[in-house]
Design a protein around this ligand. Sequence first.
Ligand code: NCD
Length: 320
Amino acid sequence: MRHLLSASDLSYTEALSILDTAAQMARVSDGPIKKLPTLRGRTIVNLFFEDSTRTRISFEAAAKRLSADVINFSAKGSSVSKGESLKDTAQTLQAMGADAVIIRHSASGAPQRLADSEWTSGVVINAGDGTHEHPTQALLDAFTIRKHLKVGVGDLSGLTIAIVGDILHSRVARSNVILLSLLGAQVILVAPPTLLPLGVENWSAQISYDLDAVLPHVDAVMMLRVQQERMNDFFFPTAREYSHYFGLNSDRLALLKKSAIIMHPGPMNRGLEITAACADSARSVIVEQVANGVSVQMAVLYLLLAGAPNENVESGEVLS
Ligand code: NCD
């Protein structure tokens, strides 16, 4: 059995297989019968120690569309607020017979800890750990880029994608650099030096401090949320100055190629990293990213779980 902890867990072939399977799942979601019986009788736990809107509800929708039973756990309102450890929580869920645990945690490495432990026998999927990784977000971003710019087939070679803003605190950026470059895209990180992580020069990406110079050359621009909750220091002088240099606004929209798309993983700080006019423009695929997330997460659950021994599931050849 394998887990999905990092975008680097995926080979080129596996990543493309997930995107292709997701495209099939999207066709099911668009059809008259939205539900597949594939994971009937399997239990999937959404284990969320950190706040989430999109990732949690889209994983729930994905699991339900595959007919799995879903248990939603969020730390708020649970015994975690009484000091219960990850180990005790995981063992409780194991007692419920979890076949897959989708975990979001503020500590980088928590999904790895769970996968390496005896605490659960289920498949572990990382839904965002600290500032480390968020592999399903990268997969849904790659899916969205491919759908728009490659008519939904093949890899992402020939495309240039800018990831802009708070790279330092972004697990989305880290997973996207790994996955998009694996799929052949050229990635440019645009941020103030204070919001770039140590060692970023070793990532498979170019670095720029000049958004206006980069925009005319990109096929997609991915804006990142300024993660104030992870900032215990001053990373830029004022919000106004940040927006001036690194925010997406109507003037900058005019610099983009006609075919370029605007992305954001959400939640957005409207008016800080992106203006409302850009977020709601015809070039924005931000809402569609969420819908694509369901298809991608269905594909991941299917490929990871359908390979494991169980009664009414076809065998999955990709990640088994
Ligand atoms: C992101 C996350 O939680 O890492 N959002 C998401 O999963 N869609 C990005 C963020 O919090 O800014």
